[in-house]
Design a protein around this ligand. Sequence first.
Ligand SMILES: Cc1cc2nc3c(=O)[nH]c(=O)nc-3n(C[C@H](O)[C@H](O)[C@H](O)COP(=O)(O)O)c2cc1C
Length: 181
Amino acid sequence: MYISGAINLDFYEVVRTRRSVRSYKPDPIPEEALMRILDSARIAPSGSNRQPWKFIIVKDEALKRRLAAACQNQKFIAEAPVVIVACGYNIHWNRGGYMGDLSMLVDVSIAFTHLILAARAEGLGTCWIGAFDNEEVKKILGVPENVNVVAITPLGYPKDEGFSEPGSRKALSEIVSIDRF
Ligand SMILES: Cc1cc2nc3c(=O)[nH]c(=O)nc-3n(C[C@H](O)[C@H](O)[C@H](O)COP(=O)(O)O)c2cc1C
């Protein structure tokens, strides 16, 4: 299901100028843009193609405020017109020999990365939120027992600059080695 009409940014520009956005306009998100973003997550790779994910789209104002409170009270989350909560099914897949129940974190994180990059390509801001109370978010959204919350992001048009070149990052020479650790 590819829906045409997205703005056309070079892939490397998307990757380079995606920033964590912490201030949002209330402007609504076009439904087609939201669908393209979600579809980018849908087609992400996953171990054995298990696709152990579920994305909850939250638009209700009261729910957004409760979610922001469950994310260590990061109030900017509720400013955005949409909040996306990425969940993963506990798949008990001992991938890599040691990951066990946490295997799904890899898959859901890949899909969520697709999602935040697609959002940037649409001119929409995101901020990967890892500081949340899993049990509290599960309670607010009725997430079942065998599912956990992996990541949350507000989604909306940035109020300020929004997109810029990356801030401080390690040099390639520090993070890449050849043939040996
Ligand atoms: C796993 C993860 C968890 C994060 N949790 C939060 C968070 O709870 N709140 C927040 O404001 N930013 C959070 N961030 C955003 C990081 O602070 C940000 O990605 C990093 O500082 C680099 O900045 P940039 O995204 O603008 O390039 C998180 C990012 C990741 C990948």
